[in-house]
Design a protein around this ligand. Sequence first.
Ligand SMILES: C[C@H](O)[C@H](O)[C@H]1CNC2=NC(N)=NC(=O)C2=N1
Length: 166
Amino acid sequence: CPIVSKNLPLLGHGPSHYPMYARKDKIKMASRRWCHGSPDNQELAKKSCVPCNSKDIYTMSEDSAKKLLEQVGGWELATEGDVLKLHRAWKVKNFVKGLEFLQLVAAIAEEEGHHPDLHLVSWNNVKIDVWTHSVRGLTDNDFILAAKINNLNLEGLLSKKGTVQK
Ligand SMILES: C[C@H](O)[C@H](O)[C@H]1CNC2=NC(N)=NC(=O)C2=N1
């Protein structure tokens, strides 16, 4: 997040875990507008996915997944059959905005060579599941992808009303 230069003293983290820096006599709270995720999310988002057909890619345990989940705000663990997945849902303004959202996600997936399951249901509900198909479970790739999705600027796409349909 382009919050402040690195040489400003970090005064700690605010209520939402956003870094707070001294800036002359004012506390500069990291602007929500620029920093969609926590610092941990940012660390993950800087990484790149590895090829899913690599022989060195293995699924992680549910405990490891629960620990990593803390770094990708808004996502939750889901199990389908015996496959552990990451799941997140958003309510979008309308069907077309939902498609725009999916296009943004598709661009990340193509760049990373790692693809989520994308759903646009009841015209304004986007649901995304992320898992590594080649090993039928969760790997670091999935958390990297989730962190990058968290960093998308969804300004103008999300509905301001209504509850999210999980
Ligand atoms: C060769 C490589 O395994 C495939 O091209 C990629 C494509 N995208 C993928 N995406 C996900 N989520 N899991 C995979 O196993 C996967 N495999």
